[in-house]
Design a protein around this ligand. Structure first.
Ligand code: ATP
Length: 598
């Protein structure tokens, strides 16, 4: 979301009260700085208000050289004071705004990163990011400038009107009856024209979308002989755009005529009335000049205030969204980085049932019972959508089961500290996400506290050391978008090294579906074998050939375990799901082998 798209928020007592919570995030020292800044702001507004008055006095003193020089000097001091106070005000406001922005960014990041997985499924990344960019940016702008400008304009309007009534009551009433009215009407007029402008923009965009769609899908257009249809569709759009653009042009013309007649007209009218008063001796010429300058100041401030008002309305919405997210309870209070309680690696699922919070009516796991002893391996097989990844999600406590319990060693995981639980697990995922840093940093992610030797050792055990060392920059090679692109097998071995460095009790392998060439496959398999040694491992298998040696194989179908045992027992089951699948995959392999080596 770009900042100009931030919706406005109604100014209500509630919204203002909520926004005031922002001040709670400021340290007391910043509140004092803000108060001091506002005092300086009042000084600059007051000096600005002296300007028209002094100008009038200077005009009235034009026959007296001494007084004229005096006035010029006063002007100089005035500008100097204004420059100094304005600089100080900006300095203080910027400091407070940037401190607040930094606090908001950190708090928001902390709150978001500690939310549970369901939160991330319910919220799109783009929306979350716009809290950081658009909303925080809006708050930052408001504290840096909008708020100050709003206050200053308010002071100028009030001070200016008071001054005007001191000069001439009659002329002031005439002025207040015309200039602010014209300014407010022109504001609404201007906003109306902007709205039409936006519609024209949208239509122009729509127009190019149609063209783009047809040109990229030209084969379809021609195959269906829909050229005429497309021309008509495009033509209708062009016609709409033409009409809207003419309308916009006419409205712009009307706007400038309005400004010429009403705004300039009312100013000339006021000067005309004022000069009459000067002639009759009710007013000095200098006073009239001050009066007209004040009128300009007030008109300009009313216009400016309306714009600041819109910005402040937007900020109220932004503050509400950001603070609501900051105050949202997290997955668990940030765990202490204390010592780990060791757990024994036996895993048991006891009658576990589960459905995702987003689809509560759809049971994903239905009374699942399974167990794997410490140091042994368990393979989960089953058709796509059976619930294999869900078992892992529950083990990580990304979600909590609806019923039943999961234990690791003697401990029920629902009672464990999340940090402690997840520290015991390492995942070698299907989609290996390498961060945009170096290979070294990518391996280190498994255990940021590890030293260099440990990283190298992990890479060696993962059969990755040789290929990494063969790169000219070795472990310092940057991977990802701005670095070297690694092959599937290399990425997997880095992921294995990462898991190795983590040295977990429990290993989870979400087996890659894409097959590697035979040599890569062998290296990955042997690295995995080393990794699995002495640890409990749970493998989500897609290719049955790789899990033949698992201690236990469970077959999951529609959230239920339908078969359980080792390879031999399951193969002995006539008509069993596992046996049928193995035979099918065997046929497939035979078919390929036969065609490759007939
Ligand atoms: P695959 O082999 O294709 O990865 P799987 O056996 O791992 O499949 P799961 O990812 O566990 O299957 O999904 C089980 C069911 O849960 C599917 O029907 C899926 O649509 C549903 N599901 C998965 N994640 C969510 C979610 N976040 N919200 C709602 N439903 C979900």
């Amino acid at each position: 979301m770009e900042r100009r798209d931030i919706p406005k928020h109604k100014i209500s007592k509630n919204a203002i009260r909520k926004s005031l919570r922002l001040f709670g995030l400021m340290p007391a020292s910043d509140k004092w700085l803000l108060a001091l800044g506002t005092l300086f702001l009042a000084v600059t507004a007051a000096t600005a208000l002296l300007f028209p008055d002094l100008l009038g006095r200077m005009v009235d003193a034009y026959t007296d050289v001494n007084r004229l020089q005096e006035s010029a000097m006063v002007f100089l001091y005035l500008f100097l004071a204004q420059a100094i106070f304005s600089f100080l005000r900006i300095g203080l406001y910027v400091r407070v705004a940037e401190n607040l922005t930094a606090t908001l960014r950190n708090r928001l990041y902390r709150s978001v990163i500690l939310q549970n997985m369901d939160f991330f499924h319910q919220n799109r990344t783009g929306d979350l990011l716009s809290r950081f960019t658009a909303d925080i940016g809006q708050i930052q702008d408001t504290f840096t400038s909008n708020l100050a400008m709003f206050l200053r304009q308010l002071m100028v309007i009030i001070g200016g009107i008071v001054y005007l009534f001191f000069t001439s009551n009659t002329l002031s009433l005439y002025m207040l009856g015309t200039v602010p009215v014209v300014v407010v009407i022109s504001l609404f007029f201007g906003r109306f024209i902007r709205k039409i402008g936006k519609q024209v923009q949208e239509l122009t965009g729509q127009n190019s979308v149609i063209a783009e769609e047809t040109f990229t899908g030209i084969q379809n257009v021609k195959a269906f002989t829909n050229e005429n249809f497309e021309m008509q569709r495009y033509g209708n759009d062009v016609e709409q755009l033409r009409k809207k653009s003419i309308y916009r042009g006419l409205m712009r013309g009307a706007f400038s005529s309005f400004i010429i007649v009403c705004l300039f007209g009312s100013i000339v009218w006021l000067i005309f009335l004022g000069l009459g008063m000067v002639r009759s001796g009710e007013m000095a010429l200098g006073e009239l000049i001050s009066f007209m300058f004040f009128t300009g100041f007030i008109g300009g401030s009313i216009g400016g205030m309306a714009e600041q008002f819109v910005q402040i309305q937007k900020t109220l919405g932004a503050v509400e969204r950001v603070l609501d997210l900051i105050e949202k309870p997290s997955e668990q209070a940030l765990p202490s980085w204390g010592t780990l309680e060791p757990v024994d690696g036996r895993v048991v699922f006891d009658n576990v049932s589960f459905s995702y919070p987003g689809r509560p009516e759809f049971p994903v796991l239905n009374g699942v019972n399974l167990s794997v002893d410490a140091g042994k391996s368990l393979a989960i097989v089953g058709p796509s959508g059976a619930g294999k990844s869900t078992i892992i999600n529950l083990l990580y406590r990304f979600y909590e089961p609806d019923s039943g319990k999961i234990t690791i060693g003697e401990q029920v995981i629902a009672d464990m500290c999340l940090f402690n639980l997840r520290k015991q697990l390492a995942l070698v995922p299907q989609e290996i996400l390498l961060f945009g840093g170096t290979i070294y940093e990518n391996i280190l992610y498994g255990n940021p506290a590890a030293d260099k030797e440990a990283v190298y050792e992990a890479a060696r055990m993962a059969n990755a050391h040789d290929f990494i060392s063969a790169f000219p920059e070795g472990y310092k090679t940057v991977v990802g978008d701005r670095g070297i692109k690694l092959s599937g097998g290399q990425r997997q071995r880095i992921a294995i090294a990462r898991a190795m460095l983590r040295n977990p009790q429990l290993l989870i392998l979400d087996e890659a579906t894409s097959s590697l060439d035979t040599e890569s496959e062998q290296q990955v398999q042997s690295a995995l074998k080393t990794l699995m040694m002495g640890r409990t491992s749970i493998v989500i298998a897609h290719r049955l050939s790789t899990i033949r040696h698992a201690d236990t194989i469970v077959v999951l179908k529609q959230g239920k375990i339908i078969e359980q045992g080792n390879h031999e027992t399951l193969m002995n089951k006539e008509g069993g799901y596992y046996r049928t699948m193995v035979e099918k995959q065997q046929d497939h392999t035979d078919f390929i082998n036969h065609h490759e080596n007939p």
